[in-house]
Design a protein around this ligand. Sequence first.
Ligand SMILES: Nc1ncnc2c1ncn2[C@@H]1O[C@H](COP(=O)(O)OP(=O)(O)O)[C@@H](O)[C@H]1O
Ligand SMILES: [Mg+2]
Length: 237
Amino acid sequence: MVSLLPITARGVNVIRNGKTLLAPLDLELSGGGLTIVLGPNGAGKSTLLRVLHGLERPSEGRVRYACARAEAFKRQAFVFQAPIMLRRTALANLAYPLRVHGQGRAEAEKQALTWLETIGLGEHGQIRASRLSGGERQKLALARALIRKPELLFLDEPCANLDGQSIRDIEAILQDVRASGTRLVMATHDLGQARRLADDVLFLHGGRVLEQGAADAFFNAPQTPQAKAFLQGDLVI
Ligand SMILES: Nc1ncnc2c1ncn2[C@@H]1O[C@H](COP(=O)(O)OP(=O)(O)O)[C@@H](O)[C@H]1O
Ligand SMILES: [Mg+2]
């Protein structure tokens, strides 16, 4: 099976309503590991993830996958900041992606149950997803994104507004998923989370990638004044 990686973006920019959300971007995503897309609010993090995933079309340039586009969409998933749940039970929400892709009910529910246990919601399968807490819903959204074993997973600030325990649980799941070889690309403006998780960092500011490289190098020796200010906790303008 041909991999969807590497993804290459060449001369990609995104302009909406006359505003440049992403300035010309050249980027290659390959290999394993967890890339943190870091930057202040409005830097263009969500736009970058959406354009790489194929949710958003570039105004110029192209995003290419190593396999055919239709195939590439099947092998990647996206977790949003605010999870959107079906008006069904937690179990049905998890089984849904498998059912849609032709899996029989019994097998889909079996896998869904295994995932529910993995995320600590084994007892909550028959509860409506809408009744779960924010943290539980986000864990469910993460499991739903992972249940079809994507090769690449995008996460857009999945822990924003969650309590500490849920953040820890989600980070632990992400560490396991990374160890199993899934490529992760996650946007955050939470510096602590970035330090805990990143193998490498893309630092965005004003729609531009200002820094890109190994996490250690970025955190220990940032090159740009904007990254230095951001790492010091200053307001970055
Ligand atoms: N359709 C749009 N038209 C104009 N501006 C937009 C549009 N969508 C997003 N923006 C603006 O683009 C900037 C980058 O947005 P976003 O990618 O969401 O940044 P981040 O995720 O880093 O906070 C923000 O200033 C946002 O307000
Ligand atoms: Mg965002």
